[in-house]
Design a protein around this ligand. Sequence first.
Ligand SMILES: [Zn+2]
Length: 269
Amino acid sequence: MGAVSTIVYLHAHPDDEASLTSGSMARAAEQGHRVVIVFATNGDHGEAPSDLAVGETVAARRRLEAQASADALGIARVAWLGYADSGMTGWQQNHEPDALHAADPDEAAGRLVSILDEEDADVLVGYDWHGGYGHPDHIAVHRIVHRAADRAARRPRVLEATMNRDAMRLMFQAARAAGMDTGDWDPDAPADDGNPIGTPEAELHWRVDVLDQLERKRASLRAHASQTTDVGMMLALPPEAFTMMFSTEYYIEPGRAPGLRSGWILDPA
Ligand SMILES: [Zn+2]
């Protein structure tokens, strides 16, 4: 093993880490790297669980679930930027004063800079330019990550986690050909902001194999038990489909020469 790195992931909502990057997080932690997860928002516009206790908020429940997910992945620290969930594009909640969407971008970046400096972070991970599917909080994550990287005392290497649109299309076609019910899921359909999901393969840099971390990824998803629609749907996939969907994670590395390579983001270049 090479030198130990500190890798900081900024995710928009609790549960985004589970579906998008939990395999890489577990892999990094297994190798002894320090993995820090920062949530930009409290996720309070997620699904409200039916067993919410009197006085318990959705945000409080999701905070517990986020910690359980982090524990399953071996994450060293869970931190919060302190914003409220903005809801989907066009929702009235976009403009609530504590919503991330309404936040001053410099202030939001400043909150992340504090964490990067405390951690002396080597690597910072955010999202692609449209946050993978256009959710306002995910787009904000993209912007905050780049702004914070520019302002950190020591500039971290920046990666953007995303989905491989071409690989998703192949899976979608295979699922349909096998007669699976794909519901209204179509990787080429316009997502929340009108763009299709993820990034074309030609614009990606890293294909990371997380097959060995698949059970920990499943545990991370399971930790977000209140989100029965999204996360529940993923966990309900037949085992082969789950493996196909979740055993590979993709990253863009801005500034790196074009070309997708299979490898591990923390291996020396
Ligand atoms: Zn999200």
